[in-house]
Write a protein that binds this ligand. Structure first.
Ligand code: HEC
Ligand code: HEC
Ligand code: HEC
Length: 142
């Protein structure tokens, strides 16, 4: 009801409806902090699609410490020299994607699911793109 009234009032007085839209989107945008990490240090060059790591999906299942302390993942998109030898050896993603904790490395496409040619980056979701673009504009395109 409040929502309908807001829209009616907005239209009558020509108030910006985008404020309402922003308020509704805000929680999703805030979560973009923990958005997907797209990894492409080596994939493109090796003829594989880049890797999409769904950070949020993992964060709700494991403590930060498991990955960022015990497994040694540095807090930086693309900041770890991850390759398939290490993964098959049980390092990085391979500590879990070994057919025991989670499905094994044979399922190439579940990890290598990024759009070819996309550079390494964080927040590869629709809402986060929106968020990043808004930020960029505020910072004068930098
Ligand atoms: C299942 C493993 C895993 C867990 C659990 C995890 N992370 Fe990460 N995190 C990663 C990986 C993988 C990357 C990307 C590293 C890369 O690209 O080389 C990353 C990147 C990051 C980054 C840098 C990129 C960005 O989004 O800004 C931050 C900050 C971060 N993690 C914080 C956290 C925090 C805080 C928690 C716990 C609440 C957490 N992570 C839990 C695996 C994990
Ligand atoms: C601490 C353990 C752990 C680590 C480390 C880990 N994963 Fe996972 N991952 C999981 C678990 C558990 C699942 C859920 C498996 C299932 O649903 O059967 C999962 C699921 C996934 C999924 C599917 C998500 C979905 O929406 O179903 C992807 C993609 C993925 N992992 C990629 C990665 C990549 C890439 C890395 C390394 C950068 C990584 N994971 C490291 C435990 C881990
Ligand atoms: C659990 C997630 C995961 C799975 C499953 C996976 N990879 Fe990867 N792979 C990665 C990550 C992470 C990287 C590093 C990405 C980057 O920075 O380019 C990588 C990099 C690569 C690379 C480039 C580096 C290198 O080691 O030569 C190739 C080639 C590759 N993967 C092939 C494969 C093939 C083929 C399969 C299936 C048999 C597969 N991957 C399955 C996560 C995975």
């Amino acid at each position: 009801m409040i929502l309908m009234e807001y829209i009616t009032v907005s239209i009558r007085y020509n108030l910006p409806i985008f404020l309402l839209v922003f308020a509704l989107l805000y929680p999703a945008m805030a979560q973009a902090e923990y958005g997907d990490v797209l990894m492409n240090n080596y994939s493109d060059d090796a003829g594989m699609r880049p890797v999409v790591f769904p950070h949020w999906f993992h964060r709700i299942r494991f403590r930060c410490k498991v990955c960022h302390a015990d497994l040694g993942f540095k807090f930086e998109a693309g900041g770890n020299e991850i390759n398939m030898l290490k993964i098959i050896d049980g390092e990085y993603c391979g500590a879990c994607h070994n057919g025991e904790v989670a499905w094994s490395v044979e399922s190439c496409d579940i990890c290598h699911s990024g759009k070819p040619g996309t550079p390494t980056q964080v927040h590869h979701s629709t809402t986060s793109k929106l968020f990043t673009r808004t930020n960029n504009k505020q910072k004068g395109g930098k």
